[in-house]
Structure formats: C-alpha cells, structure tokens
Write a protein that binds this ligand. Sequence first.
Ligand code: C5P
Length: 209
Amino acid sequence: RGRLVIAVDGPAASGKGTLARRLAAHYGLPYLDTGLLYRMVAKAVLDAGHDIQDADAAAAIVASFDEAAFPEDSLRGREIGEAASVVAAMPAVRSGLIARQRRFAGQAGGAVLDGRDIGTVICPEARAKLFVTATPEVRAARRHRELTARGEPATFEGILADIRRRDARDSGRSDAPLKLAEDAVLLDTSALTIEEAAAAAIGIVDARR
Ligand code: C5P
C-alpha cells in the first residue's frame, strides 16, 4: 500500500503515452509525459537559433527553461521529436532534467511517468514498471494516423524510417539508453486495441499493489 509510482517506458509511438494517461485516470494519479521535457529543450535550442548539436547551448537552456512557455501543441510535431532525441543523448541535458522528474514522482499519493528511462534511472524504486512496445510497422502506422490528423503531411515509409532512426539513437546512446528494467513487465501492444492494452496494463499494476 501507500504511494503508487508507475513507470511506463518504451519506444516512440508504442502507445505508452495513451496507456500512461489511462493508468493515471484509473488510479487517480498525476501524470507526467517526460518526453515533453526533452521536446521543450529541443524547441528552445532551435528557437534561439542554435544548432541542435550544440551541447553547450542545450545545457544552458536546460538550467533555466520555463515549462509554461511551451504550448503542448507546439511540441508534438515530427521535427521536434527528432530534435528531442538528439538533445536527449546529451548527458548535461539528461542530468539537468532529473530533479524535475523526481520531484513530480515524489508527490504524496504517487504518480505516473512515461518516457525511456523512468524505471531504470528516474524512479528505480517505482512500484510498478511497464515496458510498452509494438513492432516498428505498427508504431509507424499509428504515428502516421496521428500526424495526418494534425494536418502534417508525411508518408508511412518516411515515418517508419524516422522511427527506426529514433529507436537506434534512443537505444544506442551511452547515457540512460532505452532498455527493459529487470523488474519491468513487457507489454506488446502490436495486436491489441487500446481497450485491451489498457486492461492488460491495469492488470499488471494491480498485481504489484
Ligand atoms: O516520448 P517522446 O517521443 O515524446 O520523446 C521524445 C524524445 O525524447 C525521445 O525520442 C527520446 O530521445 C527522448 N526521451 C528520453 N527520455 C525520456 C523521454 C524522452 O530520452 N524519459
């Protein structure tokens, strides 16, 4: 009993955000999409006219950026997701975002956080850890629908290539790579509807309570 911290990790467009939101609603917990923090840093670097590879500029921004300055809609685009995975490989960016994430996870009743390293680095003590995956093709199809709905032109093939590149960057980096925590439960959503996946996720968390 007591505090319920739920870590939801997985690759881009795996369905982890949708599931994390469902879990937060089901258990009445606050939810943090940690990918947005990396997206904010990337957007701030680009908005200030710096090269996305400029680690000094990113480190300065991470120390001072204001979360309220970024409407979520401005962060969801394809280009920002790509740029986020570049700044997310910089150790100064990752370490600069740890305290915010741990503060959020430390709230009295607990919290749900989703990202790439929640169960491994940010909240190793989380009560329940899910690692959400789906095949690259299924993820590309989902992202394609999402971007099309936003009015962003994109081809399935182009998105599939993006997803493979982001997977390689997120899994291959030396600082906090995307990987399954030892005590995480793997949930493959490739063949599941959202309702089925949500029911499975709740079952996994209930087994740990
Ligand atoms: O989840 P989302 O696609 O919004 O994340 C954008 C990028 O931010 C990811 O590709 C990843 O490189 C980075 N990220 C991360 N660690 C997290 C969350 C996101 O490295 N906890």
